[in-house]
Design a protein around this ligand. Structure first.
Ligand SMILES: *Cc1c(COP(=O)(O)O)cnc(C)c1O
Length: 385
């Protein structure tokens, strides 16, 4: 039986050839020729003030908060539903993540719940483009402007998505991208920060390299310049090996996303009239890049049993993403009902650019056949018979 994996990174011969070039250049470390070329490619693609290539999206969030001057004890509102890297980043600075609930149909942060959480200690918000769908930025940016708050777009999953004609990654003054192996474009691990303000980019670039300018650049200067360390920085630079891979991935992105969109469209057809689940919703003013395809199971379905059944039949699946406020590390006393419910009921089914339409059909068929077996009402009926 052919296994259908939940995720699969589309890396191939073109990426290998780009890596071979880096080996020949003799500069595999960060901020070299490939790193700079990638940053230029990102600036061009997004039309932003600056782009900084970083080791991952988590560190991009960390450096974004530092550049924006977040201090210990400050409150930062974060989307509750999504990979909880924003809350981790807030905690890196001993600041306080405050979790905002989301909409049931999209999993996107609810602007009203953000507004309700603003206090005199709130300094800003990190908004997640949940599994590849941009949030309500017109309303969020307006709310932030009224209260003097910063907005960071966590576009980790949303490279290539759009909102009202604008690209994800440009929907707030600062955005963080991920190129982790489970995202639409990848270098294995990787990330970037996009900033409208070049000074933010400059601050982030310095802190990503222990607080000094590019060692690669220094070697080209005549004389013997010696950088001084003037602040505590980190080593968050993306390697030129990863940057070379990403240059290829970004060129291939439109084609890869087209495949994901075709898979999503086919799932929507095949599962449309299935009563035991609800399909993901995409508002008309934005596009989804389907980092994951999450269906919401009816409350009567035993998700763990269903997932075990699907896996036994060779169909990869998962729980979707996380409700941040429920993670023990944050010791949150907040309640986010909708997010908690999605965390219990979402099921991720295979989504990547290598799926064939035959595989998509098999996933849908197997899922539909298994669902009634794992619904409480069906079990009740069997019990009665
Ligand atoms: C994947 C993800 C991250 C983390 O990205 P890394 O590059 O793995 O650090 C952050 N935020 C969200 C919403 C994500 O989905």
């Amino acid at each position: 039986m052919d296994r259908i994996p939940l995720v699969h990174a589309s890396l191939g011969a073109q990426e290998l050839a780009a890596v071979a070039e880096v080996f020949e250049s003799g500069w595999p470390a960060g901020q070299g020729p490939k790193g700079k070329a990638l940053e230029a490619q990102l600036v061009e693609r997004y039309g932003v003030g600056d782009a900084v290539a970083l080791t991952n999206c988590g560190v991009a969030l960390h450096l974004a908060l530092l550049a924006l001057g977040v201090k210990p004890g400050d409150e930062v509102i974060v989307s509750d539903y999504g990979f909880p890297a924003p809350a981790h980043a807030v905690r890196y600075l001993d600041a306080v993540p405050v979790f905002a609930d989301v909409h049931a149909d999209t999993g996107l942060v609810d602007v009203e719940s953000v507004a309700d959480l603003i206090t005199p200690r709130t300094v800003g918000m990190i908004v997640i483009d949940t599994v590849g769908l941009p949030a309500d930025y017109d309303e969020l940016n307006a709310l932030a402007a009224r209260h003097g708050l910063f907005v960071i777009e966590d576009a980790a999953c949303a490279v290539g998505a759009t909102y009202r004609g604008q690209q994800a990654g440009t929907l707030a003054p600062v955005a963080c991208l991920s190129f982790h192996g489970r995202k639409g474009a990848t270098s294995g691990e990787g990330g970037a920060l996009l900033a409208a303000d070049p000074e933010v980019g400059q601050d982030v670039r310095l802190r990503s390299a222990f607080g000094i300018t590019s060692i690669f650049d220094q070697a080209k200067v005549i004389g013997l310049p010696i950088s001084e360390f003037t602040e505590i920085g980190y080593n968050y630079k993306l390697s030129d090996i990863a940057a070379a891979i990403l240059q290829v991935q970004l060129k291939r992105l439109d084609g890869l996303l087209e495949r994901r969109r075709a898979v999503a469209a086919r799932y929507a057809e095949l599962l449309a009239d299935e009563e035991l689940l609800t399909l993901p919703v995409v508002p008309e003013d934005r596009t989804h890049v389907w980092q994951s395809y999450l269906v919401t199971l009816d409350a009567s379905v035993d998700r763990a049993a269903l997932a075990a059944d699907l896996r036994a039949q060779g169909i990869g699946c998962g729980h979707g993403t996380w409700a941040g406020h429920l993670q023990p590390v944050f010791e949150s006393k907040q309640v986010c009902h909708v997010s908690a419910d999605l965390f219990r009921r979402h099921l991720a089914i295979p989504m990547h650019a290598e799926l064939s339409m035959d595989q998509v059909e098999r996933v849908a068929q197997t899922l539909r056949a298994a669902l009634p077996t794992h619904a409480t009402s069906a079990r009740g009926l069997r019990g009665a018979a």
